[in-house]
Design a protein around this ligand. Structure first.
Ligand code: F6P
Length: 547
């Protein structure tokens, strides 16, 4: 991967000039001037996902310049290195091969002298056999009853991915009940324990490192609880499992070696749901659906790999995002799924994008003086329309939004879906085109005797950009493709913005400090060795705890 300061590229300089023109053009005008704008600025992925990016503040020249930027930053070469197992995660000296986990390519892929596909297949087979036994009620707990509940203990990528996918694919869930324990706040553990019986539950401790404090503390509390019911080693084996790159720590914890589902350090935590981290997904939707989920992602991988950038969905989405974040100074992006099952989708991509691209040093180690990752947030529609959409429509901040919706609902009921989708279509329309635009343009000249004194408050400026992502139906295949589309958007942004997207050193300092502080909380003694705010907070905390 090259180190190119994007600011020094010709295209960046041209984009800066071009921005000065585009910023004054309203989306209304763009649509009036190009009757074919929808066809010109939308792409269809396999007749399953329609990406309409026409309601963005771009024109042919913008795209031409942004595409030129991909050349000047050597995006194609970086994609090649990524898929071929080059160590593109330089600061951790690792390859980034989550794409191999969902590959159906027949040719071997060698990494450090070994064909990674063979390792992946082996683990997938183990997951298949195990999940079948649980689903078919053949795996029995210590009282010889079949398993009804799964508890996934993990945090970050070891929680958000499985959680989001299982929820998004609820119509495909079987009889098993899933519970997630991620927060070290005991409330979450205790609330889950209230709902389950130890003899009918399996516990999957999901942690890439198996050293993450939250996960290990939660796992130990659950183990302690379980051992109150039975402390026989053979019983423990029936109920406790680990998903990790680490064998040593799970064994120390007491997990039987056969109960460890491995993955590898070339799978980043936030990209791990395709690996054995997806065990709980497979348990809930079954092996066949899990394979379809992988196939959807693989198809999007092929699209990303093989499609010229001018028709490449993840690349175009990334370029548009860079355009807003760096030229318009629009700092945040909202992801708004109009599908109740996808209510965790934006939280998942909050981690994926912000942990990947929330960086301030470039690949040469210099502090960047351009914008890197945007702030990602969102909620499911239509609920969000009745909370924060006011700001999206009339606030002083402009938030580019992705609207996602299925054309076919899993729950067709009377006119619900038509009503939901009318809102989906109407929101992007009103954000783009606004209303009362005459008054908006002449806002300072409005005569005080105007017939409606409140007209200015009812004025919508419009010109607020959105992408509409209309999926035929949210199936395992489509969800796999959709997740992968966003993953490659993040990758593309990272390459062009010249940062390392696959490490996360920024979360380490907090962990180190928490460890130091933890020791200070164990006794009553007064603390004075931190800054005055931290000392003050700790001392009041102790006072309230020890009195
Ligand atoms: O602290 C951040 C992080 O390292 C994430 O990248 C990761 O998904 C999460 O912690 C959990 O890590 P692990 O799977 O090793 O427990």
């Amino acid at each position: 991967m090259k180190n190119i300061n994007p600011l020094n590229t010709k295209s960046w300089k041209q984009l800066k000039k071009h921005y000065k023109i585009i910023k004054n053009i309203h989306l209304n005008e763009m649509f009036i001037n190009d009757k074919n704008r929808f066809n010109n600025f939308s792409l269809l992925f396999e007749n399953k996902i329609l990406v309409d990016f026409s309601k963005n503040r771009i024109n042919d020249i913008t795209l031409k310049l942004l595409l030129k930027l991909t050349k000047e930053t050597y995006l194609s070469e970086a994609i090649f290195d990524f898929f071929n197992g080059k160590k593109i995660n330089k600061t951790e000296n690792r390859a980034v091969l989550h794409t191999a986990l969902r590959s159906f390519n027949k040719k071997p892929l060698f990494y450090e002298g070994k064909n990674v596909y063979l390792k992946i297949k082996k683990v997938l087979r183990k997951m298949k056999i195990f999940s079948k036994k649980i689903i078919q009620k053949k795996w029995l707990g210590y009282t010889n009853k079949f398993i009804t509940d799964i508890v996934n203990i993990g945090i970050g990528g070891s929680d958000l991915g499985p959680n989001m996918v299982i929820e998004s694919l609820k119509p495909y869930n079987n009889h098993l009940k899933i519970h997630f324990v991620s927060n070290v706040d005991a409330t979450q553990v205790l609330e889950v324990l209230k709902k389950i019986s130890p003899d009918r539950t399996i516990f999957i401790i999901c942690s890439k490192t198996f050293t993450t404090q939250e996960t290990i503390i939660n796992a130990n509390s659950i183990k302690k609880w379980f051992l109150k019911y039975t402390n026989k080693k053979k019983d423990f084996k029936k109920h406790f499992f680990a998903v990790s790159t680490n064998y040593v720590e799970p064994l120390k914890f007491g997990i039987d070696i056969d109960n460890i589902f491995k993955f590898w350090d070339w799978v980043g935590g936030r990209y791990s749901l395709w690996s054995s981290v997806g065990l709980s997904i497979m348990l809930l939707i079954g092996y066949k659906n899990f394979i379809k989920f992988l196939q959807g992602a693989y198809s999007m991988d092929l699209h990303f790999l093989k499609t010229p950038f001018e028709k490449n969905i993840p690349v175009l989405l990334a370029l548009i995002s860079i355009w807003y974040n760096n030229f318009f100074n629009m700092e945040t992006e909202a992801i708004l799924p109009y599908d109740q099952y996808m209510n965790r989708f934006s939280s998942y991509f909050q981690q994926a994008n912000m942990e990947s691209n929330g960086k301030c040093f470039d690949r040469k180690g210099n502090k960047v003086n351009w914008q890197t990752g945007p702030i990602i947030w969102g909620e499911s529609g239509t609920n969000s329309q009745h909370s924060f959409f006011q700001l999206l429509h009339q606030g002083t901040k402009i938030v580019p939004c992705d609207f996602i919706a299925p054309a076919l609902s899993h729950n067709p009921l009377d006119s619900h879906h038509n009503f939901l989708l009318s809102n989906f279509f109407a929101q992007t329309q009103s954000l783009a085109f606004g209303s009362n635009s005459f008054y908006y343009k002449n806002i300072n000249n409005i005569n005080n005797n105007c017939f409606d004194k409140n007209i200015i408050y009812k004025t919508f400026e419009g010109n607020r950009p959105t992408n509409s992502i209309l999926c035929k139906k949210i199936t395992p295949y489509v969800l796999g493709a959709l997740i992968c589309m966003y993953e490659h958007k993040i990758f593309t942004q990272g390459i062009i913005l010249n940062i390392y997207s696959f490490d996360q050193w920024g979360v380490e300092l907090g962990k180190i400090l928490a460890n130091k502080i933890f020791l200070k909380l164990l006794n009553k003694s007064y603390v004075d060795n931190f800054d005055s705010s931290t000392n003050g907070l700790i001392n009041i905390y102790k006072k309230w705890n020890f009195n």
